[in-house]
Design a protein around this ligand. Sequence first.
Ligand SMILES: NC(=O)c1ccc[n+]([C@@H]2O[C@H](COP(=O)([O-])OP(=O)(O)OC[C@H]3O[C@@H](n4cnc5c(N)ncnc54)[C@H](OP(=O)(O)O)[C@@H]3O)[C@@H](O)[C@H]2O)c1
Length: 187
Amino acid sequence: MCVYMHITHQYTNTPIYTNTSKMANFSMIVAIDEEGGIGKDGKIPWNSAEDLKYFSKITRGSIVIMGRNTWESLPQKPLKQRENVIISGTLIGENVYPSLDDALNFYKDDLREIFIIGGQRLYEEGIRRRRRPSLRDGVCQKIYITAFSGKYNCDVFFPIREIEEKYVKVWQDGNRTLFERIGGEGD
Ligand SMILES: NC(=O)c1ccc[n+]([C@@H]2O[C@H](COP(=O)([O-])OP(=O)(O)OC[C@H]3O[C@@H](n4cnc5c(N)ncnc54)[C@H](OP(=O)(O)O)[C@@H]3O)[C@@H](O)[C@H]2O)c1
């Protein structure tokens, strides 16, 4: 049986579900353009101080999980006031895990909210995870999306179409939305 801690997020005032069973549940945060693009040539192709501020506000105090390229693309590392976790099969170091499963398993009893913060491969893996009751896999419960107008000719994307079936919009503030997962065990 899953055990949920009910904590409310400081900014959206929606509940944070922390699964204290076998693997941790998690959230995602992403900024996309009109085509679902998230990056180009290893960088985010728009420059929005306001969005960086929002990202910091939402993720402050949390555990942020990212792929190696995203880690390497950060102008200032680590991201302050957050536990930075990197997924990589090639890097070795503290807070580096060879798979998402390994990281979610390590943080399964941690009460902080866990965010996947990019890039494409981790977003895809995060969205496609299913709740397998026997394994009690962690799944993505919440997705914070900021949508920018315009097309930025991106070369990496967020799987935006895949969220329609499994997630429902629960909050919106201008171009920012929050989606929550629907469905039960086995979904
Ligand atoms: N718009 C946004 O919100 C946003 C957010 C984050 C990033 N970005 C952008 O996205 C781009 C980077 O994304 P990306 O897709 O190229 O790279 P990425 O996902 O950040 O990193 C890819 C690398 O991470 C490791 N990795 C990722 N998923 C893994 C998994 N499931 N299992 C094992 N290893 C895994 C592998 O490292 P090894 O090769 O070391 O094994 C892989 O080569 C940049 O342009 C960045 O600016 C945008």
